[in-house]
Design a protein around this ligand. Structure first.
Ligand code: GUN
Ligand code: ZN
Length: 445
């Protein structure tokens, strides 16, 4: 007979989104249970409700993790981050193309060494979990061993990642380039090794149009056609010099988006980082294909790339699916809370808004939907993985002081969390119902 399920349980204030909020005050967009219980069996949510209603269902001998002052949400999801850039973050004084040459293409060469990649993977997962991020779509380096190291570490911890080996066969140092053929073969081998092994998912990852030949983009398209369900991630329309270079390299393409479109790289499993300077035509094509535009505010400010136009991308007659991401190491924080705070400021500069409800929906349910994983993660519903974050809106003196002026209003509390919060506001992170980070636990350093 099969082994009996392993049960765990959490008690506290629960918050989960049902759909994208239409704006502030959209009370129907989410469910908040002031004293709730999550009953978890074999890592998946089995029941969710009030503690009073569910307490009799807690199996004998199961200890309940009680978070009386915590706000329990689905773990945050980061839809664009670079695993080999943890030592690129905070590199001074350059815009995109110089920043790549001067810092990024140097640092990523170190990931040829499996020991460096393994140590980097431990740091990377530690840091994601410290920030309440339980799923990420990550770029590896060009070296397949970097992706092996990352997936192995995620698997060891019970986390599910989307990741891929960067494909780049030109305009980069020789030590950091593959070829159309080897990029295809190495990616294919990684797909066979890791895609849908447990919780892991593969993303075909041509870095961007500048660093891939037509032959390599063709190979990327072939990988997608041959492996339905794998993701695709790349960069699109981030920086004006980048866009001008793409025009020079692909003179017959209508625009930057068309370069990817020609090779079959658009579609509902495709994630396009940045999407800042798009034309009307490009937005329409992204919309029609169901592609995702990934908003990376701290990166766009830090590298000086520009201001994401959420309103234009959201236009009702051609809405483009959107997600939110850190883009570390172009991005400057691993914290999705801080990322949401910077998203708010970017949109303020455009005369637009991002409500606290919209931001928290994006970080959880919305990003899960953008990854096509809404039936697995992103909400507190039966059947979903119990990947969770516990937040503390009184984490710092400034937050506590501000919270003392708020009389229990959820949206105001969420706004305080996204404007003032960061890793300090994360008290616990759970993967599959098991504690994976505890703020109060001593760290080895
Ligand atoms: N475009 C191509 N590669 C990169 C990268 O590593 N970071 C960012 N922000 N943009 C890119
Ligand atoms: Zn990026």
């Amino acid at each position: 007979s099969p082994a009996p399920p392993r049960f765990t349980a959490l008690r506290g204030r629960l918050l989960s989104f049902r759909r994208a909020p239409t704006g502030p005050g959209d009370a129907d967009s989410h469910v908040c249970i002031p004293d709730g219980l999550l009953l978890i069996a074999d890592g998946r949510i089995q029941a969710v409700g009030t503690y009073a209603d569910l307490k009799d269902q807690i199996p004998a001998g199961v200890a309940v993790d009680h978070h009386p002052d915590g706000l329990i949400l689905p773990g945050f999801i980061d839809t664009h981050i670079h695993f080999p850039q943890t030592q690129v973050i905070a590199s001074y004084g350059a815009q995109l193309l110089d920043w790549l040459e001067k810092y990024t293409f140097i640092e990523e060469q170190k990931y040829a060494d499996p020991a460096h990649a393994a140590a980097g993977a431990r740091f990377f997962l530690d840091e994601l979990l410290r920030n309440g991020t339980t799923t990420a779509a990550a770029y590896g380096s060009v070296h397949p061993q970097s992706v092996d190291a990352l997936f192995a570490e995620a698997e060891r911890r019970g986390a599910g990642l989307i990741a891929g080996k960067v494909m780049m066969d030109r305009h980069a140092p020789a030590a950091l380039t593959d070829s159309a053929e080897s990029g295809y073969a190495d990616s294919k081998a990684l797909i066979e090794r890791w895609h849908r092994r447990g919780r892991q998912r593969y993303a075909v990852t041509p870095r961007f149009a500048i660093t891939s030949t037509e032959a390599q983009l063709e190979a990327a398209g072939a990988l997608l056609r041959e492996h339905p369900g794998v993701h695709m991630q790349t960069h699109l329309s981030e920086n004006l010099d980048e866009i001008a270079t793409v025009r020079r390299l692909f003179p017959t393409a209508r625009d930057y988006t068309d370069v990817y479109d020609r090779f079959g790289l658009l579609g509902p499993t495709s994630l396009f980082g940045h999407c800042i300077h798009l034309s009307e035509e490009e937005m329409r094509r992204l919309s029609d294909s169901g592609s995702v535009a990934v908003f990376c505010p701290t990166s766009n400010l830090f590298i000086g790339s520009g201001l994401f136009d959420r309103a234009a991308l959201s236009r009702a007659d051609r809405p483009v699916r959107q997600s939110l991401a850190t883009d570390v190491g172009g991005g400057t924080s691993y914290s999705m809370l801080r990322t949401a705070g910077e998203a708010y400021k970017v949109l303020q500069m455009r005369g637009q808004n991002l409500s606290a409800l919209a931001a928290f929906d994006l970080m959880t349910r919305g990003n899960a939907a953008a990854l096509g994983m809404a039936d697995e993660i992103g909400t507190l519903e039966p059947g979903r993985w119990a990947d969770l974050v516990v937040l503390d809106a009184r984490a710092t003196p400034a937050m506590r002081h501000r919270m003392n002026a708020i009389d229990g209003d959820l949206e105001e509390e969420l706004f305080v969390l996204m404007i003032l919060g960061d890793d300090r506001a994360v008290t616990h992170t759970y993967l599959r119902g098991e504690k994976a980070y505890d703020r109060a636990a001593p760290t080895a350093e």
